[in-house]
Write a protein of this length. Structure first.
Length: 225
């Protein structure tokens, strides 16, 4: 809440990115235009591909992803555990920081600088994303929650199933999930039940411009093309 003239004002909700190519565009912009931008890009891609809250992304340790196909995350807000596939987009984000793992402890934070061993905070990430979006010409309200909103939008585009998105976001009720879905009801296809792994893999394809549609059967065919 913001305090304005003694009154509590609820801040405007963050927007998500709806164009599939925008996720990578923002990643490369962060990489090229910010000091240690590979760390900001790492948080951005992991957030957009996992739906984790930024606080949970910043809490990830090297041991959580090193040598694994999945990461296990206990959400700080809900206390619930999520098992998340480390898809190709997450691997892309990890690639520039992997060389530093040789001189860092496995217990170190994933986003901690190899020089200072310090990680940046949620507030810094929020400011970086707001400036990046503004400089790139995006119109809207963007910040750290944009990553979670973007994940929800594209997961729903893939599955057409708000129940699946609710499960992935660990929301207690469907109404909360639908607040994240400006496209709710506009996806003109039968809702498709997909495993969590299939959704995470499909998101990576979608963000790269790959063809992901019509559910599990065609999704698997696309993966083998």
């Amino acid at each position: 809440m913001h305090i304005v003239n003694g009154e509590k004002i609820k801040p405007r909700p963050s927007d998500g990115l709806r164009s599939r190519g925008d996720v990578l565009n923002v990643y490369w912009y962060l990489r090229k235009n910010w000091y240690q931008g590979h760390y900001y890009g790492l948080v951005w891609l992991i957030g957009c591909n996992t739906g984790l809250r930024v606080s949970d992304v910043l809490n990830l340790r090297i041991r959580d992803v090193k040598g694994h196909e999945h990461m296990r995350v206990v959400e700080s807000k809900t206390g619930k555990e999520r098992v998340i596939r480390i898809n190709d987009m997450c691997q892309l984000a990890l690639s520039p920081v992997k060389p530093f793992w040789r001189i860092q402890e496995d217990d170190g934070y994933l986003t901690a600088s190899a020089k200072t061993y310090e990680r940046f905070c949620k507030k810094t990430m929020h400011k970086v994303l707001r400036h990046a979006m503004r400089n790139m010409g995006y119109q809207g309200n963007y910040g750290t929650h944009t990553m979670r909103k973007t994940f929800a939008y594209h997961a729903y585009e893939i599955t057409g199933c708000d129940e699946t998105v609710q499960q992935l976001l660990n929301h207690a009720d469907r109404h909360t999930t639908r607040v994240y879905l400006p496209n709710y009801g506009s996806v003109r296809k039968r809702p498709v039940r997909m495993s969590d792994d299939e959704v995470y893999l499909a998101l990576a394809l979608r963000y790269q411009g790959g063809k992901v549609s019509r559910g599990v059967i065609d999704f698997r065919e696309d993966m083998n093309e």
